[in-house]
Design a protein around this ligand. Structure first.
Ligand code: XUL
Ligand code: MN
Length: 347
């Protein structure tokens, strides 16, 4: 039987947010970081996903020693709440220098800054007691193809990965692929791209991937098959479960809210792989609806976790014998009906 203790859950402080979108301002007051930390355990979560400047604000403006000292303080603050960090990710996309990408910028000075900033992000991770760094390659792409030489851009990205792996001999780097937004096209749109570039680095064993449901859907792919590809290679190092209602802006809806069966299949593949036993986290990357009042703007987190665990239960209680019989008979109509009936809880 599934229990909540089989899996450990994480989310990032940006998942409790003020509700601003590109067309309108914040609709809820800012929740102080310390208040957010106090909510983690209540909501059923064990670990915090960090952008580097969530852990150390104004990270570029501080000395390397100061950055390390503040990261150590953050580790204590987490421990006070019974929490740990899952990963750190460099927030290159908000800095004016990264306007046209960091690692793949045409400007060598910007490329150098992006690597230096990410070295700091790695240092923050180590002080937080972890080795795990995630790269969401936000602006590493183009609005128009002619703006960059894409061959050179991929080579620059590989150079950056090598420099980062060499900066710290233990750091493990997962790329979080996404095909678009904010760019028209991003250079590492799928997990296949992410793992392929990782394999070309100086230390492929320390490269992997993080798969976000919405990003896979935006690439026109099935998230569970994307996960399976990474899982068979031992390279699914985290997930950002959420949901996405077709091809539009990145919605970050609650897990299972748009397509329960697609959500079920992600749970199924994680269960088939024994993901819970790897000790890796079930990360969420979900946004509350803009309409939500402040006092209910954390329900998307608790709900996503609840849906995940309910789908684990559904997977574990599915009639395996019937499943095998129907697969052997290639009676996929009956198999589909059995899955749907089980999900709906009808006979
Ligand atoms: C952007 C996205 C980011 C990353 C972390 O679409 O998913 O929040 O997960 O940098
Ligand atoms: Mn994400």
């Amino acid at each position: 039987m599934s229990t909540a203790t089989d899996y450990r859950f994480s989310f990032g402080p940006w998942n409790i947010h003020e509700g601003a979108d590109p067309f309108g301002p914040a609709v809820r007051p800012t929740v102080a970081f310390s208040k957010k930390l106090a909510m983690y355990k209540e909501l059923g979560f064990d670990a915090v996903q960090f952008h580097d400047d969530d852990a150390v604000p104004d990270i570029d403006g501080k000395s390397a020693d100061q950055v390390r000292a503040e990261a150590r303080q953050m580790k204590k603050m987490l421990a006070d709440h019974g929490l740990v960090a899952e990963f750190t990710a460099p927030r290159l996309w908000e800095d004016p220098r990264g306007i046209d990408g960091g690692f793949t910028s045409n400007d060598s000075q910007v490329r150098k800054w992006a690597i230096d900033r990410t070295r700091r992000c790695i240092d923050v991770a180590r002080e937080l007691g972890i080795k795990f760094v995630v790269l969401w390659l936000a602006r590493e792409g183009t609005y128009i193809r002619e703006a960059k030489n894409a061959i050179d851009a991929h080579k620059h990205l590989l150079d950056a990965l090598n420099a980062l792996l060499q900066h710290d001999k233990e750091v493990e780097i997962a790329i979080e692929p996404k095909p678009n937004e904010p760019m028209d096209h991003a250079y590492i749109p799928t997990i296949g791209h992410a793992l392929a570039i990782g394999m070309q680095t100086v230390d492929p064993r320390r490269t992997g991937g993080l798969i976000e449901t919405a990003h896979a859907i935006l690439a026109g792919l099935d998230p569970s098959d994307e996960m399976a590809f990474a899982l068979q290679a031992g390279k699914l190092w985290s997930v950002h479960l959420n949901d996405q209602n077709g091809l539009k802006f990145d919605e970050d809806k609650s897990f299972g809210a748009a397509n329960l069966r697609v959500a079920y299949n992600q749970v199924r593949v994680l269960e088939l792989a024994g993901y819970a036993k790897t000790g890796r986290y079930i990360g969420l990357d979900v946004k509350a609806m803009r309409t939500q009042q402040a006092d209910v703007a954390t329900k998307h987190l608790a709900n996503s976790r609840r849906i995940f665990l309910a789908l684990v239960e559904k997977f574990r209680t599915f009639d395996r014998k019937l499943e095998q019989q129907l697969i052997a008979a290639r009676d996929y109509e009956a198999l589909e009906m059995a899955v749907l009936a089980h999900l709906m809880g009808v006979k």
